[in-house]
Design a protein around this ligand. Structure first.
Ligand SMILES: Cc1cc2nc3c(=O)[nH]c(=O)nc-3n(C[C@H](O)[C@H](O)[C@H](O)COP(=O)(O)OP(=O)(O)OC[C@H]3O[C@@H](n4cnc5c(N)ncnc54)[C@H](O)[C@@H]3O)c2cc1C
Length: 393
């Protein structure tokens, strides 16, 4: 076993660290979508870790992707959310399942941050249960026509390209699902921003699709592959999300350490109190455990090995850890935890997402429990093209 990061990954981490300190931390309280940040992160190669050079990437892998996501999230969790859209659930899904035409037309611009992506699974009546998707995808001979409603779509108001999941026949349930790449700059793509608690660097939208069209070559996989496409996309996305949870938890720990080293009560620094120290120790221990789980799953992915079970465990655990860490950080800060002057109130709001997005806590427990009980093997083979493009020039 080798837990050391390679020199290449250390270099990427160092670049990300400098970017966070210079560009992200000073703008922490500007809680809005920052287009310039997407461009900068794209240009610095942050989205491209898992992509070959031909598509704007560095081919440094998923562990590198995880390390970058963690560092960005330490700076601003909302900016990390963009990694799902600019790296994983949109362009990586196109790489893995798309035709050559799709890869060539869309992937590089997303990876470089020149264009913005979004991914459309969720609907008013279909969240955890994706087989209940109602959006209709109709085969019109030379193109697809798409009608329906999507909800909770990150980047929905700003995206240029979307991966839209829909059904050709609801009676077929999951076997009727298809995934299609849609260009959003067309009549019929109607996006309305919805306000939310945290994660505000990443805007959320309700989308109505009215006779939206896409060429046939924009189908990902085959007709009826949509459910499997979604599951592989979610596995990849869970690497970003879990890494983001670890990064945000780390930010909570760092803020707590700073405060405990400054605040005086009963004539001494609060770090001298055993109970404050115990809280700091709990945070540090849980973060380290979560980090190891996430990196193991990312490493398995880099080896081309199944990792659905491992990333579900990492996602579940890191989601619990970050929410706990954010609560403990508020506690260490006393009244100042509640103040808008300090970053921890933002961390607290941002943390809750990690128990919901990319599969809720319960859905992760379902997957892990089914596997542990021998009901359903989480790591059963399902990858259509297991990263066959890795190592390409
Ligand atoms: C900030 C944010 C960003 C998001 N971004 C996107 C995005 O970009 N694209 C996208 O498509 N979606 C996105 N989502 C939606 C997200 O994926 C869903 O909210 C999530 O999958 C849960 O679906 P739901 O909200 O419909 O909850 P539901 O599925 O209705 O679940 C409600 C509750 O019931 C529980 N539950 C449901 N089924 C079961 C079961 N079988 N066993 C036990 N418990 C169960 C859940 O765990 C949860 O506690 C985002 C959500 C948030 C909060």
């Amino acid at each position: 076993m080798n837990f050391a990061l390679t020199e290449e990954i250390k270099g990427i981490l160092d670049t990300a660290h400098r970017f966070v300190e210079r560009e992200v931390v000073p703008r922490l309280k500007e809680e809005n979508f920052k287009r310039d940040m997407v461009s900068k992160m794209g240009e610095l190669g942050f989205f491209g870790c898992a992509f070959p050079p031909r598509y704007g990437g560095s081919d440094s892998g998923f562990l590198a992707h995880s390390v970058v996501c963690e560092e960005i999230s330490r700076g601003d969790s909302g900016l990390r959310s963009l990694f799902n859209l600019q790296a994983m659930t949109v362009p990586y899904t196109m790489m893995e399942w798309g035709t050559e035409a799709v890869r060539d037309k869309y992937v590089k611009d997303l990876v470089l941050g020149a264009k913005l992506g979004c991914t459309c699974f969720s609907e008013p009546n279909a969240g955890s249960d994706l087989a209940a998707i109602e959006t209709q995808i109709a085969d019109k001979g030379d193109h697809f026509e798409i009608n329906g409603s999507k909800t909770w779509i990150s980047n929905g108001t700003v995206a240029d390209y979307a991966v839209v999941y829909g059904t050709t026949d609801r009676n077929l349930k999951r076997r009727g699902l298809c995934a299609v790449v849609v260009e959003t700059k067309q009549t019929g793509w109607i996006a309305r921003e919805t306000p939310k608690l945290g994660d505000k660097s990443s805007p959320i939208a309700e989308i109505t699709l009215e006779n939206v069209t896409a060429p046939k070559e924009n189908l990902l996989g085959k007709m009826g592959d949509g459910f499997t496409v979604a599951m592989t996309a979610l596995d990849r996305g869970r690497i970003s999300v879990s890494s983001g949870a670890v990064g945000l938890a780390q930010a909570c720990l760092e803020a707590s350490v700073t405060y405990a080293n400054q605040r005086i009560a009963f004539g001494k620094l609060i770090r001298e109190f055993q109970q404050v120290k115990a809280v700091i120790a709990e945070m540090a221990a849980q973060i380290e455990a979560a980090r190891l789980l996430v990196r193991k799953a990312a490493w398995l992915n880099d080896q081309g090995l199944p990792f659905t079970r491992e990333i579900a465990i990492a996602k579940y655990f890191s989601g619990e850890v970050v929410v706990r860490a954010a609560g403990l950080a508020m506690e260490v800060h006393g009244g100042m935890g509640y103040s808008l002057e300090m970053p921890v109130e933002k961390y607290y709001r941002d943390s809750k997402l990690y128990q919901v997005g990319e599969g809720t806590v319960n859905i992760m427990r379902l997957l892990i429990g089914d596997d542990a009980l021998g009901i359903k093997n989480a790591n059963r083979p399902r990858f259509h093209t297991p990263s066959e493009f890795r190592g390409q020039e």
